[in-house]
Ligand binder design. Sequence first.
Ligand code: PLP
Length: 348
Amino acid sequence: PFFKEYLIDGLREFPVLAAKLNANENPYGPSPMALKALKNSASGGNRYAWKELFELVDKIADFEGVESKNIMMGPGSSDLLEKTAMVLFMNGGNVVSADPAYMSLIRVAEAAGGTWKPVPLKKDWSHDLDAMEQAIDADTKLVYICNPNNPTGTITDSKKLLDFCSRVSEKVPVFVDEAYLWFLEDGAKHSMVSLVNEGKDVIIARTFSKIHGMAGLRVGYAVAQETTLDKLQKITRAGMGISYPSVFAAIGAMDDTDFLESSRTKNAACREYVYQELTKMGIPYVPSATSFMIFPIEMEGKDFLQKMTDQKVGVRAFEFMGKKWCRVSMGTMDEMKLFTAALSKVLA
Ligand code: PLP
C-alpha cells in the first residue's frame, strides 16, 4: 500500500480556522426543516427514540425502495462501516479495496485481525474492477468500494460497478459506501441499492452527514439483506447510538428537497470556481463528482499543511499514486476565496 496521510501535531489546540475545509462537511446544513424538527424535539431527550426510529426507518425504506427489514441505522455511517469490519474480521481474513480509499472500515478490519489487499485505482481514477476481482482469494471476507471515492472525489461507472457487484457478491459480500452519491445530479441512477432487492449480498452505506449537512448530528444507515444485518446486530443495537432529536432532524431533513437541491447547486458552483482558480495557477486538478477535490502539491505534505494552517485554512494532505496531494472540501464561496488566496500565498 502506498497510501499515506500527512498530519500536523496538536489537534486539540487546533487553531481557529477562517475556512474549515478539511472534513468534507456541508457548510449550509442542517436544513431549515431539520433544524425546526431538532428544536421541537429537544425536550424529548429524556426518552429513548425506539418508536420514532421505526418511523425514520420506514421513511428511509420507502425512499430507497426496499423493505424496512433491509435497513439498519447507526450514529453516522462510520459506525456501520466499523461494526461491519469488527464482525467480519474478528477471525482474520482480508478486505479487498482500492488504494487510495476511505480508510475507516479498512483500519478497523486490520485492528480486528484482518489484512488489507489494496488494488491501485486506474489511471483514469476509476476502480480497477478486473484487478479487484482477481485479488479475491479464499481468505477474502469483504470487498469494499467507496463510490464516489474518498479521498479522490472520482467516480466509477455505475453500469460496470453494478455488473461487478452482482457477480462478485455471489462469492463474497460487497460493501459499497455511497456517502457522496447525492452530490451528483442523478445520484439515484448510480446507486447499488437495487441489488438488495435482487437478493444480492451487498451492503450499501449512506449518511446524513454530507448532502444533508448533519455531520455533527450523527445519523447514517446501511441497506442490506436481513440475514447480513442480523449478523451485524448481534454485536450492536445500532439505533441505540442515535439521539432522540437527531432522529427527528433526519425525518425533517428528508422532506427538505429544496435544501438538498440548493446544497448540490452551491457545491457545484464552488467546484467550478476552484477549477478556474487552480487552472489560473497552472495546477492540474482532478475533476470531482463530490463535495471535495484533490490536486497535486509540489511540497512536503506536512509543510504544506502547516503553511495553509498558518493562513487559517484547514485542508488535508496525502501521498498516493506516486505524488503528494491536497484535498480541499467545498465550503461557502467566501471560504473558497479564502482558500485560493491562501494557496497562492503558500505556493508563491
Ligand atoms: N464514508 C465516507 C466515504 C466518508 O468520507 C465519511 C466521512 O467523511 C464517512 C463514510 C463517515 O461519515 P459519517 O460517519 O459522518 O456518516
